[in-house]
Design a protein around this ligand. Structure first.
Ligand code: PFF
Length: 444
């Protein structure tokens, strides 16, 4: 039991509150980097539509399920399954989550390293003048394609993450985020307004908001579902961990919905910046993981005090990414502390080192990064979420979970619908998408 204590309460004081920690985990590069490029690869608005449906109909219910497991057990993902289904093999689902978290951190930190590189460029004044699309592509090459540079930036970001997790100063980080994230939001609104008023922006706005329903296929569903789980930090147990931050008297449904709304709003705002800017500058929406990094520099020079704007934007993006990498590392470290009895310090450094080694191929090769992102970011999280639904729906049981969700006097008017979703709708829908993907062989 002492091991658990050191994990659950080692970093966050219970006063920090669930919404901050969970929103910090959810909002990150998934919203600003991954959502726009994935939408761009899957035809734009049609993807956005399916994404919103997935968030509301499947992901929010899964968020409730994870939080309920977390609050009921107050343990790491592996320990939580062991506690609710003693003697069974369900803990393997928790183990899959821990492994997935490790693998996600290994490519996420590469992209977070790029943002550090861009912050450095911004501080050196690289965005004072408007850049053309070609100049911006060349700048991305200097960071992403420069051999040792991205490896060092990845290492630097992992080091930052490890220092936070080891020192248990998450509470400080989350409190800072409480002030900084609203500023980030306002900055994004200002950038979206500028982007949407650029000459030639209209085409970008329609690409992002006017769905062409004929573009919807199984690949769009898979992409949207995976991205929605990724963005809300679901399917690997991060929200199981954060469920333990919800006090018994706090109302879960409202808190969970706030997190989902905040996360989705930021993603949509990012799209409203990227696509108008991209179409105005003449880029390709299906460019992949480099999309956002190549697109944004062309807009800073067109903003008032663009140079300061760029510094503020990349600083805040680094912090948003840090609150997400902290949650990823925390899940893995927590597992080693709780289940394996490691010291927190040792667990933090060994996991970080392992992660760095796994990150090197992604730092050197965009193709490797892309595959990591698809295998772990999409498939592993989606399969994890399906198993979590099956567990809550059929093993732990809907009545016990509903009781947990309603604890603290919360009203949960949609309890009956939620039960049907976790038992039937979500697992069947996810399985159908996976079967379709395997049958058509269209894995991207
Ligand atoms: N939700 C984070 C983002 O959108 O940037 C990424 C992430 C964090 C995924 C934590 C999964 C996780 F457990």
């Amino acid at each position: 039991m002492t091991g658990q204590q050191s994990c659950e309460r080692g970093g966050f004081g219970s006063r920090v509150g669930f919404v901050l920690a969970a929103a910090g985990s959810a909002i990150g590069l998934g919203n600003v980097w991954r959502f726009p490029y994935t939408a761009g690869q899957h035809g734009g608005a049609a993807f956005v539509l399916i994404y919103l449906v997935c968030v509301a109909a499947i992901c929010v219910p899964v968020l409730f399920a994870e939080l309920a497991i977390g609050r009921a057990t107050r343990r790491n993902p592996v320990g939580a399954f062991k506690a609710l289904a003693p003697g069974s093999r369900w803990f393997v689902v928790g183990g899959l989550g821990v492994l997935t978290g490790f693998a996600i951190l290994a490519f996420y930190s590469v992209v977070a390293g790029w943002t550090l590189g861009y912050l450095g460029k911004a501080l050196l004044g690289a965005f004072a003048e408007p850049l053309t699309h070609e100049q911006s592509v060349a700048m991305f090459e200097q960071i992403e394609g420069a051999g040792i540079v991205p490896v060092l930036l990845t290492g630097a970001f992992l080091l930052l993450t490890a220092l936070v997790v080891r020192g248990g100063v998450e509470a400080g980080i989350e409190r800072a985020a409480k002030i900084l994230m609203p500023i980030f939001f306002l900055l994004l609104v200002a950038m979206a307004i500028r982007a949407m008023t650029l000459e030639g922006a209209g085409e970008g706005i329609s690409f992002f908001l006017k769905p062409d329903l004929s573009k919807i296929d199984g690949g769009v569903f898979m992409g949207a579902l995976g991205q929605a789980f990724f963005s809300l930090s679901l399917g690997m147990g991060a929200m199981i961990t954060y469920g333990s931050y919800l006090g018994a008297n706090e109302r879960m449904p409202g808190a969970a919905v706030s997190v989902a709304v905040a996360d989705t709003t930021i993603a949509v705002l990012a799209g409203l910046i990227i696509f108008p800017t991209l179409f105005a500058a003449g880029g390709d929406p299906s460019a992949g993981p480099g999309l956002v990094f190549v697109t944004l520099p062309t807009v800073f020079g067109k903003l008032p005090a663009g140079f300061l704007f760029a510094i503020a934007f990349y600083s805040l993006l680094v912090i948003a990414a840090l609150t997400s990498t902290v949650s990823l590392l925390e899940v893995v470290v927590c597992y080693f502390v709780d289940e394996r009895g490691w010291k927190r310090e040792r667990a933090t450094w060994l996991v970080t080192l392992g992660c760095f080694l796994l990150a090197i191929p992604s730092a050197l090769s965009g193709t490797f990064l892309d595959w990591q992102s698809i295998i772990f970011g999409n498939y592993a999280l989606t399969i994890g979420a399906m198993l979590i639904c099956l567990f809550v729906g059929w093993v732990w049981g809907v009545p016990a979970a509903v009781e947990e969700i309603g604890r603290g006097g919360a009203v949960f008017p949609l309890a009956a619908a939620w039960g049907v979703i976790v038992r039937w709708v979500a697992p069947v829908a996810i399985a159908a998408v996976l079967i379709y993907i395997v049958a058509t062989g269209n894995y991207m």
